[in-house]
Design a binder for this molecule. Structure first.
Ligand code: NAI
Length: 335
């Protein structure tokens, strides 16, 4: 089956890792017509808005996007394309599978967990104001609708992927109303999935538990802020943001992306590691129903890491981006 996918290569190392990923997907035989959206957000708000609108329109047309990193202006400039896509297309579920890759240095082995983060509300609603000089207020919005749909997403994902246990992470002992509503909504959904074990854990304890014994977790379901913090924390358990995928998924559209930045220090030098974007593209293939190809690429990637001859410099290997991509292509199991 042919698929149409919006490709946003991004900036810095983005085009290098996007081109390597695209080569691997093509070599694996998946038939994708790419609609590429280029440009930069930069500091010019107008230019940034135009790129954002092009990206939003393209993803709306194709329903699926693969995205490389983009530089985000700090304190000013256009809003990031990420935020534009997430908000406009209502990509409410952030999905972060976290798993060890063979040979990648990390503090733990046998980590295999999935974090599902609510992407649209909580303290990230951007509702802040100064009450009087010296006092600001930032609103934490939690709704039953958003909590229920993210819970449903997590439980349905667990069911589809053979996951057995979900921990809802909260601070309802202090934020009794907001996190309380989140928990009540999740519990109501959990009731409908009796075959999946449901547990709850307070976020500070969860942070300690995950760095002491990550293997006790299977899936974590979190409101936006705790999800943001804990998903990077979890990535740190297996070697960092360079070796984990990410997806933002809504009912109508989905965007798969590398969560590392544009790496301006190595951009254009041919050293960039495409692993994170490639892993995100594996999630994308699963989403597109190309499960066999997804597993073949996953196996090839793991084989290259196990062999550790053609891995890139950031993970201690000698290879450049192209050599790494070539090695993954060579390691692809036959169809
Ligand atoms: P960064 O992730 O770009 O770089 C941090 C360090 O990791 C650098 O030493 C870099 O060389 C290395 N690195 C990152 N990705 C790598 C890869 N694939 N292969 C090999 N090495 C890699 O973070 P930094 O420097 O804080 O941000 C740079 C720019 O990226 C900023 O403009 C920031 O706004 C943007 N950014 C964009 C993101 C996105 O679009 N999702 C996420 C994070 C940052």
């Amino acid at each position: 089956m042919r698929h149409k996918v919006t490709l946003i290569p991004g900036e810095g190392i983005g085009p290098e890792v996007a081109s390597a990923t695209r080569r691997i997907l093509e070599a694996a035989g998946v038939q994708i017509d790419w609609e590429e959206i280029g440009g930069r957000t930069g500091n010019s708000t107008d230019q940034g808005q135009v790129v954002n609108q092009l990206a939003v329109d393209a993803v709306r047309r194709n329903h699926v996007a693969l995205k490389g990193p983009m530089a985000t202006a700090i304190a000013g400039g256009a809003p990031s394309v990420n935020v534009a896509l997430r908000k406009t297309l209502d990509l409410y579920a952030n999905l972060r599978p976290v798993k060890n890759l063979p040979g990648v240095k990390s503090h733990f082995s046998n980590v295999n967990l999935v974090l599902v983060r609510e992407n649209t509300e909580d303290l990230y609603s951007g509702l802040e104001h100064e009450v009087v000089p010296g006092v600001v207020e930032s609103l934490k919005i939690i709704t039953e609708r958003a909590s229920t749909r993210i819970a449903r997403f997590a439980f349905e994902y667990a069911k589809r992927h053979g996951r057995k246990k979900i921990h809802a992470i909260h601070k309802a002992n202090i934020m009794k109303l907001s996190d309380g509503l989140f928990l009540r909504s999740v519990r109501a959904v959990a009731e409908q999935f009796k075959d999946i074990e449901y547990k709850e854990m307070i976020v500070d304890n969860a942070c300690m538990q995950i760095v002491m014994d990550p293997q006790q977790f299977d899936m974590l379901l979190l409101p936006n802020l705790y999800g943001d913090v804990m998903s990077d924390l979890a990535a740190g358990l297996v070697g960092g943001l360079g070796v984990v995928p990410s997806a933002n998924i809504g009912d109508d559209c989905a965007m798969f992306e590398a969560v590392h930045g544009t790496a301006p220090d190595i951009a254009g030098k041919g050293f960039a590691n495409p692993t994170a974007l490639l892993m995100s593209s594996i999630l994308m293939l699963d989403h597109l129903g190309e499960r066999t190809t997804a597993r073949r690429i996953e196996q090839a990637l793991e084989a290259v890491y196990r062999e550790a001859i053609h891995t890139t410099r950031d993970v201690g290997g000698p290879a450049g981006t192209d050599e790494f991509a070539e090695a993954v292509i060579t390691a692809l199991p036959p169809k």
